[in-house]
Design a protein around this ligand. Structure first.
Ligand code: 2P0
Length: 331
């Protein structure tokens, strides 16, 4: 094997993925809902994969010997098989640097598994197209499939039991539309429940789960059309509806759970109040307490000013549409 370096940017789901298909092998990690995302320029992961005497996973300079490391090594095994290489996988040293807050609901698993997929493919000499790389990234983490591409990306759910029609594709490039995502960070405590377990609790106990899954295809098609037309009010309404249907589904689970804190709610209300006063911006929230505001490039600075001063807000960052994931062999 060679040594390869990859970069992959995080993404925000404008239409959310929440729930996994249970009519297919769990190893495929197939989503119950398709999703549509924006890749983000300012939040990204850099990963180097190279030969070593023993498997080792280092994240931001700290060696991990936990579940995170086991998931990384299992993904290397998957990439080695996908490369069609014979024999045992060689031991590897994986060094990742996150240019984003890890495990704070800012989707480090998306950029992390996308970068790992790209770096491992290059290090193992695998000749795989981006569609296949996205499918492999998805098996590491669902949202990672979308970070293989820059710009605006759609991941379809598909129906086949082998998952071959669960395909991620670039809808439109980053320069299609000069939108911004203002990321408003609130204090992150420990997550009440991990995403995978939260999805499973929603599926098995929330009376809103079936409605959530059934409504997703229509949200996706309408969002895709609004995106193509650069129609922010229409897209924004779909973005908020997808987000709050997902969070309502969580709240209606038994026992209930939410990733929000008090500041999450205050920021959300401030966005709605400013919008009522004429400033265009739309809320989305993931499996974490931060609020993200989709807006135009022209209004981003005003949103930063207005939301940055709210009590409980710890940081505000503005992201533009970001690039494709990339990899190069360096040794
Ligand atoms: C998303 N999230 O579409 C949604 C919205 C969180 C809320 O994808 O179990 O870490 O590894 O496939 O990708 C977070 O879930 O889950 C996520 P797994 P992942 O961005």
């Amino acid at each position: 094997m060679k040594t390869a370096r990859a970069t992959a940017h995080s993404n925000i789901a404008l239409c959310k993925y929440w729930g996994k298909r249970v009519d297919a092998p769990a190893e495929l990690n197939l989503p119950a809902t398709g999703s549509l995302s924006l890749t983000l320029d300012a939040l990204w992961t850099e990963t180097v994969v190279g030969p070593a005497g023993a498997d080792r996973f280092e994240l931001d300079g700290v060696t991990h010997v936990d579940d995170a490391a086991r998931k990384v090594f299992a993904h290397l095994d998957r990439m080695w098989r996908a490369a069609g290489r014979d024999g045992a996988r060689p031991h590897a040293h994986v060094r990742s640097t996150n240019h984003l807050p890890t495990a704070a609901g800012l989707a480090s698993s998306a950029s992390g598994f996308a970068a790992l997929t790209m770096a491992a493919a290059a290090a193992f000499g695998a000749e795989l197209d981006r569609t296949r790389l996205a499918a492999l990234a998805r098996m590491g983490s669902g949202s990672a499939a979308r970070s293989i591409w820059g710009g605006f990306v759609r991941l379809d759910r598909g129906n086949r039991p082998d998952g071959e029609d669960c395909v991620a594709r670039a809808l439109l490039p980053a320069d299609h539309w000069d939108v911004r995502l203002v990321v408003v960070q609130t204090t992150a405590g420990k997550k009440p429940i991990g995403s995978t377990a939260g999805m499973e609790r929603s599926r098995t106990t929330s009376p809103y789960y079936d409605a959530w899954v059934d409504g997703a295809p229509q949200d996706l098609d309408r969002a895709e059309a609004a995106l193509a037309a650069r129609d922010l009010p229409t897209l924004g309404a779909i973005v908020e509806h997808s987000c709050f249907k997902m969070h309502a589904c969580m709240l209606a689970s038994s026992p209930p759970f939410t990733y929000w804190n008090g500041t999450t709610v205050e920021v959300m209300r401030a966005v709605w109040a400013s919008r009522a006063a004429g400033l265009d911006g739309f809320v989305t929230i993931d499996a974490g307490p931060h609020v993200k505001v989709l807006c135009t490039a022209q209004t981003a600075a005003t949103w930063v000013q207005q939301l940055g001063v709210l009590p409980g807000v710890v940081a505000v960052q503005t992201c533009a549409p970001g690039p494709d994931a990339a990899a190069e062999v360096i040794a």
